[in-house]
Design a protein around this ligand. Structure first.
Ligand code: ADE
Length: 340
């Protein structure tokens, strides 16, 4: 890859880039929020979350001070909730150090929770135009094809190798355009089903030259995710619904859920279960099944609605409006709710 190839890539970017909200700002705080949301989440999904988040939490100060339940509600549906918690932790650390902004300093950014090498590179290059490479999955896919990278792309030494290569190529370029052009090429052209004929890098792409584009990137074969069979009971009492706060640690920590059992119940078993628990009910309805895939496990859930004769003691019952507006209900339980 030579200077002239980078010129072609930048030209292509100027002509083909998507109009995305975080491309109208140089505010490092906004770039940080967008890049954090974009990790593991698609652009189309992120856009409305990004805009809503910044309305409610427009600054580092606001982020440090926002109530956790409001923060999690703003994140509801994006998944990987530790990202939101880390944002707040980092904002608090900055405030404690008397900072209302993200410092344009690699070492300081690196020390903040949730900010890894990619995010450091993205903030420095996109917001501050400092030549620090930002290598995410999109960029790695492009590079692995251009260089026919034989190593597994997730190995640290691969990232280090390409960080050095990009750092050299970035010299004398505008860092924000450089970073975003690689990201954009990976998102629009050098995809799973690549559009090589449209690619500005095809003349320097080794994989294109050797007709091996689909062999790259080299990835480790993923282990199958464990499948967990569960049951969700949506208890209803006079148009209010039982929800519970999940434990403080582990998957979906501190978020809300319906009554959830770590084993599957068939229609007949539900009745027996309720009787054993001394829960007095009117009617049970089988609502079907929800399948949800998390990063490390897959849940297959049988969902039932149960209308109650009386409230279950010490449990929280909320209206539909409150459930949807006030409590953060992760996507897996939203899916169950939609069956109702
Ligand atoms: N994915 C990660 N960062 C991105 C960005 N800045 N624009 C579009 N997609 C992205």
């Amino acid at each position: 890859m030579k200077k002239n190839d980078i010129k072609k890539l930048l030209q292509w970017y100027q002509e083909n880039k998507r109009d995305l909200p975080w491309r109208h700002t140089k505010d490092a705080y906004k770039i940080w929020i967008s890049e954090t949301m974009l990790q593991q989440t698609r652009v189309d999904t992120v856009i409305p979350y990004y805009e809503r988040f910044l309305k409610t939490v427009p600054s580092i100060k606001a982020l440090a001070n926002v109530r956790e339940d409001i923060l999690l509600k703003l994140w509801e549906g994006l998944g990987y909730y530790s990202r939101a918690r880390n944002l707040q932790k980092a904002a608090k650390m900055l405030q404690n150090n008397g900072l209302n902004f993200l410092p344009p300093i690699k070492e300081e950014l690196q020390s903040l929770p949730g900010i890894g090498p990619y995010t450091v590179g993205a903030i420095l290059s996109i917001a501050y135009d400092i030549p620090e490479p930002a290598i995410d999955g999109n960029v790695l896919r492009v590079l692995s094809r251009v260089f026919e990278e034989k190593e597994e792309i997730l190995k640290p030494k691969v990232r280090i190798k390409y960080t050095l290569i990009l750092k050299k190529l970035m010299k004398n370029e505008i860092p924000s355009l450089f970073t975003q052009s690689f990201i954009e090429l990976g998102a629009l052209v050098c995809t799973k089903n690549p559009l090589c004929e449209e690619c500005p890098l095809r003349s320097c792409c080794q994989a294109y030259k050797h007709h091996t584009v689909l062999d790259y990137p080299v990835k480790k074969i993923k282990k199958e995710k464990p499948v967990l069979l569960k049951t969700v009971l949506i208890f209803e009492y006079h148009q209010t619904f039982l929800i519970r706060k999940r434990k403080e640690t582990g998957l979906l920590a501190n978020l809300y859920e319906f009554w959830t059992l770590d084993f599957p119940l068939n229609d007949n078993d539900v009745q027996e279960y309720l009787e054993n628990e001394n829960i007095s009910f009117n009617k049970i309805k089988n609502l079907g099944e929800v399948i949800h895939i998390f990063s490390h496990q897959k849940w297959i859930i049988k969902v039932y609605s149960v209308s109650l004769n009386k409230k279950i003691k010490e449990e929280l019952f909320v209206t539909e409006k409150d459930l949807l507006e006030k409590y953060s209900l992760p996507t897996v339980f939203q899916k169950a709710w939609k069956l109702l």
